[in-house]
Write a protein that binds this ligand. Structure first.
Ligand code: BTN
Length: 252
């Protein structure tokens, strides 16, 4: 699958003129590049896409495996009306990724699920991940970084991951740009700002139903649990019940 064609790049630029777009063959990380561009010119709303990342960054200091030609790696600057309500912000971004992927799949995918706080899974394998980074002290501007596995094969991504091709979703040459188009439409400022906390919690609950019925891994710097989602709290934190029957409140 080629990097976005000139036609696709022009199309995206025309539809989303609020962004200054950079399409690069190889970068260390679109997230790092977006931040570097912002430091040089903070008044511009950057959007950075790469075909290949040599140092893709995941949450909690993990690496994000980023082979060339097969996936989507994108980061952009997003005004954040939710400020430091990070719990809700995480859930909302997950919902918007879910909503952006759904219409690109040409058959119903009942196993597509969000996993708290914002990972996209197909059954028990991870399909997409999200990295949020604040740019100022009050979180009024953030960098949204998204990685979606599209045509990657098993040997190119971790054993715990999957791709649209591997789940039989039949991605085409233009799937990456279609998904990016949906993402930018769903993350548009007015849509992003219209979500109330209740709406965020409701929608997240609908999109994460599978994780109430099956065990998933939940890990952070300080913990690792296998559990089923039990409850979402108004601030976006969650309670799980572990495979040992322990009730655990997860905050990040
Ligand atoms: C995670 O689930 O751990 C988050 C993964 C986020 C990966 C994306 S790929 C585009 C952007 N650039 C990066 O270096 N990371 C994010």
């Amino acid at each position: 699958m080629k990097l976005f064609t000139p036609q696709e790049q022009q199309n995206l630029a025309a539809h989303f003129p609020e962004f200054s777009m950079l399409f690069q063959e190889t970068l260390d990380s679109t997230q790092s590049e977006c931040q570097r561009q912002w430091v040089k010119n903070p008044s511009v709303r950057w959007l950075v896409v790469a075909n290949h990342q040599t140092n893709g960054r995941g949450r909690y200091g993990h690496q994000w495996q980023s082979p060339a030609y097969v996936n989507l790696y994108v980061s952009w600057i997003q005004p954040n009306p939710y400020k430091n309500q990070i719990g809700l912000l995480n859930l909302l971004c997950g919902i918007l990724i879910y909503r952006s992927l759904k219409p690109c799949l040409d058959f119903p995918l009942p196993e597509l699920t969000l996993k708290w706080p914002n990972d996209m899974y197909y059954a028990d394998k991870k399909l997409a991940g999200l990295l949020l980074q604040n740019l100022d002290a009050d979180f009024s501007k953030i960098i949204v970084g998204i990685g979606i596995n599209i045509t990657a094969q098993k040997n190119e991504i971790p054993e715990t991951a999957t791709s649209l091709a591997l789940i039989g979703a039949n991605p085409q040459d233009d799937t990456r740009s279609k998904i990016l188009h949906h993402l930018l439409t769903n993350f548009r400022d007015p849509v992003f700002a219209e979500y109330t906390p209740d709406k965020i919690l409701d929608e997240f609950a609908q999109c994460s139903q599978r994780t109430r019925e099956h065990f998933y891994s939940y890990s952070c710097y300080q913990y690792y649990y296998k559990g089923k989602l039990q409850e979402l709290h108004p601030n976006g934190t969650a309670t799980i019940i572990t495979d040992h029957g322990q009730i655990v409140h997860l905050t990040s």
